[in-house]
Design a protein around this ligand. Structure first.
Ligand code: ATR
Length: 276
């Protein structure tokens, strides 16, 4: 039996053990997956001990994604671009590190929600770690345009510059403040700010939602967040939270560890909470 775990603080709320156990069962993989609580400042010691006891890989959740970035010996481009790590694989003295949040988001949008990004105008709210991790996977889909909007406009500018510097295509990328959104509309609006964690509404004009728009909140388990309520009141009928992103990033990690990609539909169905 191979051992895996998710590490965080707090960790009780994590759905990763449920998700990976379900994946292991349907793919017939001989593995277990547990929760590890690390004290703040105690990340490396807990990971060292897990590796010494034969651990093969880990997911990393708040507040340790930067600790994992520092701990890794081999950072994948996804982790470098995100500036954070959410999955590790241990091989001898090597610690391979990835960040699957961005690909998980895009896979959920394009595959599960049948919302193509190519040629469409995409707006992403927030300029923190969640947005940073999503930039390259979003740009790889070749949207018509990607706009990053943030309260602190300088951070939106920084991420737009970072994206321009790294993208291989020619997608126009802009960083804006919320007031600059007056008169603009978008086909896909993604809330990657942390506003929903505190039940706050970003200062977003309701006019940004184009007809047939999809509004997506990257948080999970918060129901109809103020952002999704605004979208609904603006007439948006396609509303989604981050449950599919959670399942898809897990499937990516599972495939990386085990060489087999599980289907996510059953897990998504099991974890979906109605948006009301
Ligand atoms: P994460 O890693 O989850 O993205 P973060 O790096 O702390 O978290 O970033 C949080 C993001 O949410 C920031 O872009 C923040 O905006 P500021 O940079 O202007 O602080 C954004 N944010 C948090 N609360 C918000 C709110 N109520 N409305 C709009 N944006 C908000």
């Amino acid at each position: 039996t191979d051992h895996y775990a998710v590490i965080g603080n707090p960790i009780e709320q994590s759905k990763s053990p449920l998700i990976h156990s379900a994946f292991a069962q349907v793919t017939g993989q001989d593995m277990d997956y547990t929760k590890l609580l690390a004290p703040l400042g105690g990340f490396a010691a807990v990971v060292d001990a897990f590796r010494a006891s034969g651990g093969r890989g880990m997911n990393v959740t708040a507040p340790f994604k930067l600790d994992a970035f520092a701990y890794a010996t081999d950072l994948a481009p996804s982790a470098q671009m995100a500036g954070a790590v959410n999955a590790m694989k241990f091989e001898g003295s090597k610690v391979f590190a990835e960040n699957f949040d961005g690909v998980g988001l895009v896979r959920d949008l394009v595959h599960n929600l049948a919302c193509p990004l190519m040629g469409r105008r995409v707006l992403i709210l927030g300029a923190g770690g969640a947005t940073r991790g999503a930039l390259m996977p979003l740009l790889a889909e070749q949207p018509a345009e990607l706009v990053i909007v943030n309260r602190t406009v300088a951070k939106a500018h920084e991420l737009a510059a970072l994206a321009k510097q790294h993208q291989t295509g020619q997608v126009p990328v802009q960083g804006l403040g919320y007031v600059d959104l007056q008169g603009q509309t978008f086909d896909v609006v993604l809330n990657a700010s942390s506003s929903s964690l505190s039940a706050e509404l970003p200062p977003l004009p309701a006019s940004v939602f184009a007809p047939q728009c999809l509004a997506y909140d990257l948080t999970y388990g918060k129901g109809l967040t103020p952002f999704l309520q605004l979208a609904q009141q603006a007439g948006v009928t396609q509303l989604a939270d981050g449950v599919g992103m959670l399942a898809e990033q897990a499937a990516e990690a599972f495939a990386w560890w085990r060489g087999v990609r599980p289907d996510t539909a059953a897990v998504i169905e099991r974890l979906t909470v109605p948006l009301v």
